[in-house]
Design a binder for this molecule. Structure first.
Ligand SMILES: N#Cc1c(-c2ccc3ccn(Cc4cccnc4)c3c2)n[nH]c1N
Length: 244
């Protein structure tokens, strides 16, 4: 998978060189290219913003640098086009489902906006030749798209074959597709500062352990994300389990 990221703070994306994503890039599973949007400005101040049409507070990102950047990185007459992801508070919610969808794409491009956002014509223009998704990572307000891109790239990259050591672990994670939050996890020592690992996990009885983990997942989901439990609609082991 090729990933192109456009930002006026390219150094913000240095985190992509670290850990899981960095290893995937070094191993060739990912081809990560970060671009400074100001490389496509032509004035001495390298201007990327201007006042909002119609008035209002703040500044808006000018369309010209974005148009030139997209044309340079994904030429109109090129052999392929990326799927363009534009983080915005006004976007469709990012989800594990969307992460799986994006993980199947051969080429993703991410447009990191700043100020009050990117001139809307950029998405319109890009949409004439590539799929464009305006996406939000949550119902809170950030100052720009870079953090959202780091979130989305990590969520997508870890789904790529060969990126994480134990792909089986993906199936048991929160939001993994069974609709439940992940059960609590423990490791050694079995007793730590007066807190013990639940006995069932030391029993060696895999059926009991599986049932306990399922029950804990249902309990947690009922406590923390009742919205997911409703959607899950699964059979709760016992009528009081969810509340236990
Ligand atoms: N994804 C995502 C986001 C963003 C986000 C993403 C891109 C930009 C570009 C500029 N801002 C500042 C800004 C602030 C207020 C109104 N409009 C824009 C961004 C915020 N905020 N919250 C999210 N979940």
């Amino acid at each position: 998978m090729r990933l192109d990221v456009f930002s006026i703070f390219p150094e913000y994306l240095a985190a992509l060189d670290l850990s899981l994503v960095g290893k995937a890039a070094k191993s060739g599973l990912l081809d990560v290219r970060v671009h400074d949007l100001r490389d496509w400005t032509h004035d001495r101040h390298r201007t990327v913003d201007d006042t909002p049409s119609g008035g209002g507070a703040g500044m808006v990102m000018k369309p010209e640098p974005w148009g030139e950047a997209l044309d340079a990185v994904a030429p109109v007459d090129g052999p392929a086009q990326p799927r363009l992801i534009v983080p915005t508070p006004a976007g469709r919610p990012f989800s594990q489902e969307l992460a799986y969808e994006l993980a199947a794409e051969p080429w993703l491009a991410f447009a990191c906006g700043r100020y009050e956002g990117i001139d809307a014509r950029v998405a319109e223009y890009a949409g004439e030749r590539m799929r464009v998704d305006e996406v939000s990572i949550g119902d809170y307000v950030l100052n720009g798209g870079e953090v959202a891109v780091l979130v989305m790239v990590e969520a997508v990259a870890r789904l790529l074959p060969g990126v994480i050591g134990n792909p089986e672990s993906l199936a048991e994670e929160s939001h993994s597709g069974d609709g439940l939050l992940e059960y609590p996890v423990y490791t050694k020592p079995t007793s730590w500062r007066g807190h013990d690992v639940p006995d069932v996990l030391l029993s060696g009885n895999h059926a009991l352990i599986a049932q306990w983990r399922h029950d804990q997942a249902v309990r947690r989901t009922a406590e923390r994300r009742p919205d997911l439990l409703a959607a899950w609609g699964g059979v709760v082991a016992g009528k009081d389990d969810a509340a236990a």
